[in-house]
Design a protein around this ligand. Structure first.
Ligand SMILES: [Zn+2]
Length: 446
């Protein structure tokens, strides 16, 4: 029974609401203040780091950049792209003089995009921490904040209680720093076993924060928004691993926002981490598309699968061998659907079939938002890669369709969207993922 509220009780109600809101605000502010000293202690503030844009023309200048990247591990070149003459690079203050001298010596055109990254990095961090203070644990509001690896794990662990017949959380292993690496299986709960599988992973590269958000959004579409998406689970199961590079990702939250690689030390004490997306054991080790130098961003490791995180993702893939009809790896940025191969200019036999799937995604997105995706083989559309996850999924695990999706750029460096960008990015990307999944299901019925 609902009690009618008199004016007096309404007043009492609004006073008690007022105090409830005030006390939660005060608690939030206090927590934020308490967080600050800890944050300042470990946090790299990027004071006087600058972002430059270089104009690179021709193979000679591209090779020059590659050489500089090798010789200067602190010059953070964003990955150069084929057929694109503009290239961004982040330079720390102590390197600025030498960097500019080098550009002048080679008469390279450049402009300064950002004079000082510190206030922007700080504003983004404060925005995210303050948003999260008001989201009750272990709930995840994907559109309202970016979450840490442990918060994402807590959320995954909370799902079986809400969807006991439809989800299963499985830990496939540990990261180098002993973080549990978890994988979520989503079904429609009909109990049918051995359906074909759509496998999606995220956060192979630590700083690409929209990637775990996208994985979480897909999970919520398949669970909370099941009514609109049930045909995607009729004959297929979905397996989702939101965070592969757990240590690197956590490091971008606690220490250094722009970390890319894993966190395992290498043979060079000055350079930590391996590029997990060059560490996979199919056509591993080509110098075109990966590097043997631990200081380079595309360092491939000493041996294929010498990173615990690569081993875990490999084991997840192999677990579904024979059922893996669609492997999709979520990265950012650039609006690309990248197909095998990365290591060679040759095309796989079923390339046109995979292109039809990419085509379905690109069309759905352009009709929905005017967003434009480029698609084709990694080697041609982006650049050569050796030892990437999609080549392994296709070449060894025999995934019917294997793809890397580079989500759209946002923020000031491309992989650093503001919280306010999340909704636009994930809703648009879901249109594409949904259309590609539907196309895979249509082409390869169970
Ligand atoms: Zn990436």
């Amino acid at each position: 029974m609902r009690l009618a509220l008199t004016p007096v009780s309404l007043l009492a109600q609004s006073i008690s609401d007022f105090w409830a809101i005030m006390s939660s605000l005060l608690l939030g502010l206090l927590t934020l203040l308490l967080l600050q000293p800890v944050v300042l202690f470990a946090w790299q503030d990027y004071k006087d780091y600058k972002l430059y844009e270089l104009k690179i023309e021709g193979a000679e200048e591209q090779n020059l950049v590659r050489k500089w990247s090798k010789e200067n591990p602190l010059w953070d070149f964003h990955e150069p792209k084929r057929n694109e003459s503009l290239l961004n690079v982040m330079i720390p203050p102590e390197e600025a003089k030498r960097f500019l001298e080098t550009l002048r010596n080679y008469h390279l055109e450049y402009k300064v995009l950002i004079e000082d990254l510190a206030p922007l990095v700080h504003a983004q961090r404060t925005e995210n921490l303050s948003k999260k203070l008001f989201i009750p644990w272990p709930h995840i509001d994907v559109l309202s904040a970016f979450y840490t690896h442990s918060e994402i794990n807590d959320y995954l662990d909370s799902l079986p209680e809400r969807f006991p017949k439809r989800v299963q959380v499985k830990q496939f292993g540990w990261s180098y720093e002993r973080r549990p690496l978890k994988v979520l299986t989503i079904t429609n709960g009909d109990g049918r076993r051995n359906k074909p599988v759509i496998l999606i992973d995220g956060t192979v590269h630590a700083r690409e924060w929209i990637s775990p958000s996208m994985a979480l959004y897909i999970i919520q579409q398949l669970l909370d928004n099941y009514g609109d998406n049930q045909e995607l689970l009729q004959d297929y199961d979905w397996v989702i691993m939101p965070v592969v590079n757990a240590d690197g990702y956590e490091y971008t939250h606690t220490d250094s926002r722009y970390w890319r690689k894993s966190r395992r030390p290498t043979s060079n004490p000055d350079c930590i981490g391996t590029d997990i997306n060059r560490n996979f054991g199919y056509e591993w080790g080509h110098d075109e598309g990966s590097s043997s130098d631990p200081c380079e961003p595309i360092y491939r490791g000493e041996r294929p699968f010498d990173q615990p995180e690569s081993q875990v993702l490999r084991d997840v893939m192999l677990h579904y061998k024979g059922r893996l009809n669609f492997y999709l790896s979520l990265h950012s940025y650039g609006n690309y659907f990248l197909l095998p191969w990365g290591y060679t200019s040759d095309f796989p036999d079923t390339y046109q079939d995979m292109m039809s799937v990419a085509d379905a995604g690109a069309k759905a997105i352009i009709y929905s938002t005017n967003g434009i995706y480029s698609y084709g083989s990694t080697y041609y559309v982006l650049y050569p890669t050796s030892g990437d996850t999609a080549d392994f999924a296709f070449g060894v695990v025999n995934a019917t369709v294997a793809m890397t999706m580079e989500l759209p750029a946002a923020g000031f460096q491309g992989f650093d969207p503001w919280v306010s960008h999340i909704e636009r990015l994930v809703t648009e990307s879901w249109v594409g993922v949904r259309a590609m999944a539907a196309e895979v299901i249509r082409r390869y019925p169970a």
